[in-house]
Design a protein around this ligand. Sequence first.
Ligand code: ADP
Length: 503
Amino acid sequence: MSNLTQIVHAPNGVTYRQPTGLFINNQWVASSSGRKLASINPATEEEITSVYAATAEDADKAVRAARAAFEGEEWWSVVGTARGRLMLKLADMIENQQHVLATIEAMDNGKPYSQALGDIEEVFSVFRYYGGWADKSYGQTIETTRAKFTYTVREPIGVCGQIIPWNYPLGMAAWKLGPALACGNTVIIKAAEQTPLSILYFANILVEAGFPPGVVNIINGRGSEAGSALVQHPEVDKVAFTGSTATGKQIMRMASDTMKDITLETGGKSPLVIFDDAQIPNAIKWAHYGVMGNMGQICTATSRIFVHENIYDTFVKGLQEYTAKIQVIGSPFEAKTYQGPQVSKAQMEKILEYGQVARTEGARIVSGGKIADARPNGKGFYVEPTIVCDVQPHMRVYKEEIFGPFAVLVKFSTEAEVIKQSNATDYGLAAAVCTSDISRAHRVASQLKSGMIWINASNNSDFRVPFGGVKQSGIGRELGQAGLDAYSQLKSVHLNLQLTEQV
Ligand code: ADP
């Protein structure tokens, strides 16, 4: 076996070939330094394999490949309809391989296999969706004067650097690749250090689907090395990033040197407001899903739950019982598992530390706040689902993004007060409201300062609908038709109709 592929035996009996190199120009190569990063199975704490980590030199090679592909005849001559066909073929191939892709995702990230399968379904759906858009890129004709014919055309931006987080590895890659390819760009993706495996496996599917060399290049590597080299590279025209707000700010600063186009999807501490006229079982279900789903590793997690004082005690008890009933902790490959491990030891420790912080600050922990007793074989980065009550706005658990199964409950009494509290944050990614009063639902939705609002639900996003935040939760939108705006630019053409015959 070449040193750029390794046979992996997954815990569910799936055996497959895992690429471990850098994918540049449709070829697998080792990194220039020869250094590798280990990929750990967070459920067992064992190394699955190690993959080459790109240096700045490797990032440069990937950018050159993407630039050559963008300028070259081969990709340029692929018109929208043909690009769409390639993407639909890619979607079919991903669907055919969903079992192995979901296995890799569950093993590398720790999410339950059934959830990983749902993620992969979204991946091929997103490629299909954007495949359909690929030949529906319209400009305008604009009436100006009789002497001119004026129109706009939509063009690709060029070479796009896409930096992916670890919570939905292939999902986040699809959100960025789908619109980028539909619009005719070329791409370099940098996978997250913790979860490179599914994206590397996906690279071989791209080749099989028929994407020309250099159109999509995939590198793994450290953010501070490969990621920052990509962001600063003068030949990169656009940077798209999903990750923490702190890294997003760094990226924005780095991208400013060559004034790159930029899309950022960063952190959040999203509120869920539950009024006393809400249907309580429905509110409990969504409050739970909104912060406990995907082990709470969701940027849009509704992690600040405001509950009206009239129903507060009933709600707390209900949420506690519901969580205890359905949040079964176990191996990602057990069918009954709702909660797998956190992605890494560092993430687990961060969450456990917030449990400590909540105690010290005087909040009331009604469940969890410690390492999970139910860890299979006493191993893995598992935490107890945590519910913290009587939280006050000055507390760190109220203000900071925890990124774990950690619900923070706050009591409120009036609509005006809860809107003010919900908005008193630097973040503005998402918000949710539960009420049976339709006027109130829309009134509150219009007053909450965030990019997305759910009414009587939480975190049931859809790839056909724009996704993104305001304030320090991001810039620009992904998904839906709006996602195309992030990967195309307008050119205005002025045609002079009144040619002067003699000068
Ligand atoms: P987290 O703290 O949750 O790991 P990050 O925002 O640091 O989130 O990471 C998200 C992605 O950003 C990863 O692919 C990571 O490698 C990358 N990254 C981290 N730091 C930088 C950086 N300075 N420049 C470019 N990419 C970075």
